[in-house]
Design a protein around this ligand. Sequence first.
Ligand SMILES: Nc1ncnc2c1ncn2[C@@H]1O[C@H](COP(=O)(O)OP(=O)(O)OP(=O)(O)O)[C@@H](O)[C@H]1O
Ligand SMILES: [Mg+2]
Length: 324
Amino acid sequence: MTVVVEAQKLQKKYNDFEAVAGIDFHIHRGECFGILGPNGAGKTTVVAMIYCFNPISGGKLTVLGNDVTVDTRSIKTRLGVVPQENNLDLELTVRENLLVYASYYGIRRSEAHKRAEELLHFFSLSTKADQEVDRISGGMKRRLTIARGLIHTPEILILDEPTTGLDPQSRRLIWEHLRQLKNKGLTLILTTHYLEEASQLCDELIIMDQGIILEQGKPLDLIQKQVGAKVVEVEINLEHSQALVHTLEHLISGYQLAGNTIYLYITEDETEAVKIISSCKHVHTYRLRPSNLEDVFLKLTGRGLDYAEDTMDFTDPKKIGHLL
Ligand SMILES: Nc1ncnc2c1ncn2[C@@H]1O[C@H](COP(=O)(O)OP(=O)(O)OP(=O)(O)O)[C@@H](O)[C@H]1O
Ligand SMILES: [Mg+2]
């Protein structure tokens, strides 16, 4: 498979602060490559270096065979970009937003019109073509931003948090469109802090936190490697959790504590594990379920991925009481 992006010891410093700390990864043509991580992980910084918006501070970064420090212009024309914040022209209509962008790339007017209509159709925006952008919904704006990123038929589409802030239905619609683009052979690079988005769409992932890569690989392989197939979530008073972990030692590969919940990574006989857990009188509730990327992130960092948005910060000892 052809490598289309290659980063070696890639570094980004903002003055003295190292936002990306010498990371290595490569992306193959035709795959959906995900950069997963919480707020401030360095996701936007990484993609902005790929699309030559942010100069690199160290290491080497090659995009479509070109060095980002040398061939910026040629890289930019072959990439489509969907930035984290929509930057559509609100006073123009939906169609005009596409046409203006096409003119930046020097696309002939008739060709631009043809592509705009195709993209409007593909993204279910045809009925809104003559509407001013500030009058369409958030999900439609996002779809239009993606359509705009495709107007010059790029080889790679970079999407920085394509669905953040959207309702679940709009999010799923965008996933469906991205899946179709991938099936047509387009290479996608997307950043996200939604685990479901990463597991639904991405063939390959890097999990980032504070400028470094914690893990990389295929979503299912990462889950299998880090936590195994099954997890039991157990709610128990903290003072009894260590004893329970000790009893289950031969059946688990590890565990993580978050608040009053222990996440037990089951490797052996799950029936036996559940039997032990259900007979422990200090257990309030328990749930056996398939493992997911959240478990991987929690195991790697000791905290939840969406902590900044809707869950607590498990790193704060005051919030979780006494650790084991
Ligand atoms: N222009 C800048 N100047 C100084 N620091 C910056 C700048 N841009 C980003 N940073 C810092 O670099 C780190 C990584 O930021 P970045 O925007 O890449 O994170 P992110 O993973 O995209 O986060 P989010 O999920 O919030 O979008 C953060 O600590 C951020 O404050
Ligand atoms: Mg970002």
